[in-house]
Structure formats: structure tokens, C-alpha cells
Design a protein around this ligand. Sequence first.
Ligand code: PEP
Length: 243
Amino acid sequence: MKLIIANWKNNFSLRDSLVLAKNYAKVFKGNKGSVVACPNAVALVGVKKILGSVVKLGAQDVGAQERGAHTGDIDVKTLVEAGCSYVIIGHSERRAQGESSAQINLKLKAILKATKLTPVICVGESWSQYQAKKSKAFVAGQIKQTLAGINLGTRQIIIAYEPIWAIGTGKAMQADEAQIMHAFVKAEAKKVLGSSARLIVIYGGSVNDLNARAYLLKSDIDGLLVGGASLKIQEFKKIANIS
Ligand code: PEP
């Protein structure tokens, strides 16, 4: 079963997030746990109450430091307390605000100290890098820096390969090309983590109900990270039901 992660970003008010959560709970009742919803931080607790275990809960970011005097941060343990099973780190919208792979590496280390949280690490190239055929070199660098010094043991990590130019643009990467990139991402990550690392690699970037199947049929694409289409319950239901 492939993993489908919904990134609601900061698109909804608290009230609208709870309404969407109720729709998820209705639509995915009896689901076998392959759907994850990531509301904004304020909505986490309320959404968890509605979703229970029907849909897993994910956060959109985390602070690298432990609980303490870090204004504006939310630490790993608090996310676990709120009911999160997953946390996205290094989304391109955060990297665009100056977050570096070195900072994401610290967040990853903090997450791996907690036993119950699985990181979803985002990587991906810009349009100019893609056009210059530098996607592989750039993404390999992001992977190397983000995973530096990580010993996974038996823990699992998820890497979301999201070409930046495909996020929210309606210009998705072709599935054949995405398959090649996913195989590459897996190979690069295993160079750092070791060949037995428990690794899931998922695609993100303008996924919709019409193109989702093509990705999910590919052997190295283990799931999807869905932004815009995850806000429309009927469309998202179609995507999640393919997996
Ligand atoms: C995302 O932000 O992670 C994403 C994939 O967004 P969208 O599906 O809207 O392109």
C-alpha cells in the first residue's frame, strides 16, 4: 500500500481545518492507515480529535531544539503529545525563507531522538536547475547534507522528491521522469544511510486526480505528497483510493 500525505499548508482557518478533518474522517473510515493529514500547527490537536486513528496526523515543521526558551518553536515531544506520527521538514516553501540543509539536518536528528515520529524530508530542484540538467547534482547535494551523520538503525524515513517548479503550478513532472528521479534519490540516500536503510520515497508537485495513478504505478514511487488537491475532499478521495 502506498502512502498518501496531505499537506494543507496554511490554507485554512482553524474552523475550516476542522471541517475538512470531519470530511476526511467520513471519507476514510475503515482506511488501512495509508493517509496522513498535515494541518497547520494550531489545528493539530483539534484535527487529531476528529481523525482518531482513521487518518494519521502530521506536522508541517518542527523546531530543532528541545523544549525550552525558543520563542516561536514547537519541539518534537510536543508534536508527539499532540498525536503526530509524521513531520514534514525542509519543504521548499521553508527553504525559500532561508532554511538550509544544515538546519534541516539538526531537525532530523531531533526527530530521530523521539521514538514515535517519522520525518518526511523534502528535496527538489528549481526550474533553472532543471533546465540546466542539474537536477541530479543538486538533489544529491541536498540529500548528502541533510542526511549527514544520521544513523537510522531500525527507524524509517520518508523523502519527498518535489521539483520546486512543479509545486502549486499545475506543471507536474512526467511520471517516467519522476520514476528515474525516485530511483536516483533512493540510491543517493542509501549511499549515506547504508543499503539496508528503511526508506520511502514519495513524489510531490501538482498531483491531481487525473495524474496520480501514473505515479503510483511506478516501482520506485512509494506514495505522494499532495498540496492543493488535498483540500478538495472529493478529488483527494479519488487520489487516496488509487493507492
Ligand atoms: C506541496 O506543497 O508539497 C505540494 C506538492 O503542493 P501541490 O500539490 O499543490 O503542488
